[in-house]
Design a protein around this ligand. Sequence first.
Ligand SMILES: NC(=O)c1ccc[n+]([C@@H]2O[C@H](COP(=O)([O-])OP(=O)(O)OC[C@H]3O[C@@H](n4cnc5c(N)ncnc54)[C@H](O)[C@@H]3O)[C@@H](O)[C@H]2O)c1
Length: 299
Amino acid sequence: MKCVVDLNEALAKQIAEELDTEWTPNLDDILGRSDIDCVMVMTPSGTHAALGIRVAQAGKHVITTKPMDVSTEACDRLIAACDEAGVKLAVDYQSRYVDTNYRVAEALRRGWLGKPILGEVRFKWFRADEYFERSGGWRGTWEMDGGGSLANQGAHLLDLISWFMGDFESVYGEMAIMNHDIETEDIGLAIVNFKSGAKGVVVGTTTFPTSVYFSAEVHGTEGGILVDDVLGGKMRVFGEGLEERLQQIENPIHSIIEDFVQAFEEGGDLRVDGKEGRRTVALLEKIYQSAREGKVLSV
Ligand SMILES: NC(=O)c1ccc[n+]([C@@H]2O[C@H](COP(=O)([O-])OP(=O)(O)OC[C@H]3O[C@@H](n4cnc5c(N)ncnc54)[C@H](O)[C@@H]3O)[C@@H](O)[C@H]2O)c1
């Protein structure tokens, strides 16, 4: 059985009608039901851990949308509650399921780009003031959004760069409010050093005047890949015979739901479990701390 839960009854009803399923405004209504196995938490970011913990304590598996929550302290509480209840925890970063991004991660893992040298991720978007005022004004606040462009839209890219390049060693961050009336940043920048010795750059802004793009680029001693659109998958490849080899890599999983099902049926690992989802939040915290203190911090 599926059920849509939203405090906004009209919205819950509308979505339930579209999905031809049940609805309720109250999470407790589904937590006692034996025909619900898993709950996907898609509420404002600063509420994910608290709601996820209630779900886990009811013995149901938890998926949160990105980011896992707004602080590592909240992520740790959620991870502990899921461990204690013996339920699975996943974080939905949909760019992990795009074929192109999977090929980049695999190429790096298999050493096809040689020794990794540089990883870059960028997103440029426009968000009007009205976007930050909607839905009770939770976006662009530290308490509920956990930051600005980097924490909200940029979380996808922080997740991708850590998937591609591995663990972080240190970070230097900068943030600014250029064109919005919000608490948090509308432009966020970071220079990162990876444990592998490679360097990285993160750029995220909601001040770009038109359209939107999310891109990622990595190179090593033997080749490079530019992903022009990490959600759609356009790619340019630099390196002898690399493109043909990349096309042969088959991505076996295309959504968080398929990922969850394979984790149950075959016992495989989730692409982004609780520990992996926490990494992005930990990096965000360090970028913001570094920007406030004006110094490089170890991660
Ligand atoms: N994966 C993606 O690309 C993507 C895209 C958009 C948003 N998100 C994430 O989704 C989350 C929500 O963002 P949004 O833009 O949809 O926000 P939103 O404010 O438009 O929607 C949040 C909904 O949660 C409901 N809600 C809040 N508390 C609740 C509770 N206790 N019980 C039931 N319902 C409750 C609200 O009524 C509202 O309808 C954020 O964490 C955001 O980062 C992810």
